[in-house]
Design a protein around this ligand. Structure first.
Ligand code: OSB
Ligand code: MG
Length: 374
């Protein structure tokens, strides 16, 4: 394929309700949507789920705009031809890091490539299921009654597992009360790196509640201390922030830092790296699931496609569009086809259509790059 034009949209969408984690509160959700036009007249879409602040990740809207303007676009200008989306990450490997930024365009190239093949993206990736299970992620909700009501609401809406965010002093108590009120539901917690090894007693206490897993208890840069903690507790540790690529997966596997991995295709640099991680996970019987970063319907399509891969063994953080947004920027919006189940669409590429006037309405700024003119 030959890239003719790349457009970056800085999109800002208001969440239906604030989403609070141990690292901060999101009210307006920022991202960069990517549009890629090829010389054969096709269009691919992608999304880099970066925020406006370096909280979950150090990457932001501004670092993404910067790395494209200064480095990635100039590299692609020299040679806008790619035989396959998997060549892209290699083409820009001189630029270190910026994995979420790189993933935005990588996704769009996979969409474009699948549209050229006239195949649904999940099939092009080698997905092995055509239905995926959804869990829901609930932020830190300081009011216990409100948290219980929300859990009841999502259980009624058939989400297959509940994940709550925890933070020091909001951990054992909510878990204890949820177990008391809702019994043996599939439940897990996500600490977003808010603890240290000094808090071992909290995790030993949490061990008593039969959680599916504890997500990213310790530092976002750590693998070693997680291996110490995993040795001390029964509940499986699931890593999120600490896993940036296949190297981290391998090192953490050897160290025993995790028993489960939350793979966010964007966090690891895109679908090519996700496929490599899936392959390693399959060889070594590591269960994985697909995480999210409050994606619009565009990013959600790539999560859905990735969730059809063979090593996915738990419900994913892929909710219906309405969980976060009054109005999505794609049609159809992501909706359960059966209770708690999403289906990848059987149309070329991501299958959903971007509603252009909505995209423009939510775009704060647009950056257009023409790579090639005939
Ligand atoms: O840690 O998994 C996380 C959202 C933003 C940033 C980090 C995380 C999350 C979520 C929500 O937990 C997942 C989703 O539904 O998109
Ligand atoms: Mg997480």
């Amino acid at each position: 394929m030959e890239i003719e034009r790349i457009v970056l949209y800085h999109v800002v969408m208001k969440l239906r309700e604030d989403f609070e984690t141990s690292f901060g509160k999101t009210v307006d959700r920022h991202c960069i949507v990517f549009r890629v036009d090829s010389s054969d007249g096709l269009t691919g879409w992608g999304e880099a789920p970066v925020d406006d602040e370096p909280l979950y990740s150090w990457e932001t809207v501004d670092t993404t705009l910067y790395v494209y303007r200064e480095f990635i676009i100039p590299i692609l200008m020299k040679n806008p031809r790619l035989n396959h989306p998997s060549e892209y990450l290699d083409r820009v490997k001189r630029i270190r890091g910026y994995r979420i930024a790189k993933a935005g365009l990588e996704f769009a190239l996979w969409d474009l490539y699948s549209k050229q093949l006239k195949q649904p993206l999940y099939k092009v990736l080698g997905g092995v299921k055509n239905e995926i299970e959804s869990g829901v992620s609930i932020g830190v909700i300081g009011d216990m009654n409100r948290l219980l009501r929300l859990i009841g609401y999502y259980l009624e809406h058939n989400y297959k597992r509940i994940k709550i965010k925890i933070a020091p002093s909001w951990d054992i108590e909510p878990v204890k009360i949820i177990r008391r009120e809702y019994g043996d539901i599939p439940l897990q917690v996500d600490a977003n790196a808010a603890y240290t090894l000094e808090h071992v007693s909290v995790f030993k206490e949490l061990d008593r509640y039969g959680l599916l897993m504890i997500e990213q208890p310790l530092s976002y840069e750590d693998l070693y201390e997680h291996s110490i903690l995993q040795d001390m507790i029964k509940t499986p540790i699931c890593l999120d922030e600490s896993i940036k690529n296949l190297y981290d997966v391998k090192a953490g596997y050897k160290l025993g830092s995790y028993r489960v991995i939350n793979v966010k295709p964007a966090r690891v640099g895109g679908l090519t790296e996700t496929l490599k991680i899936n392959e390693f996970a399959e060889k070594n019987s590591i269960p994985i699931w697909i995480g999210g970063m409050l994606e619009t319907g565009i990013g959600r399509a790539f999560q859905v496609a990735a969730a059809t891969l063979s090593s996915i063994k738990y419900p994913n953080d892929i909710s219906e569009s309405t969980r976060y947004y009054e109005e999505d920027i794609v049609e159809p919006p992501w909706c359960f086809t059966k209770p708690g189940i999403l289906k990848p669409l059987e149309k070329p590429g991501i299958g959903v259509e971007v509603v252009y006037d909505r995209l423009l309405r939510y775009s704060r700024k647009i950056y257009e790059y023409t790579l090639h003119t005939r």
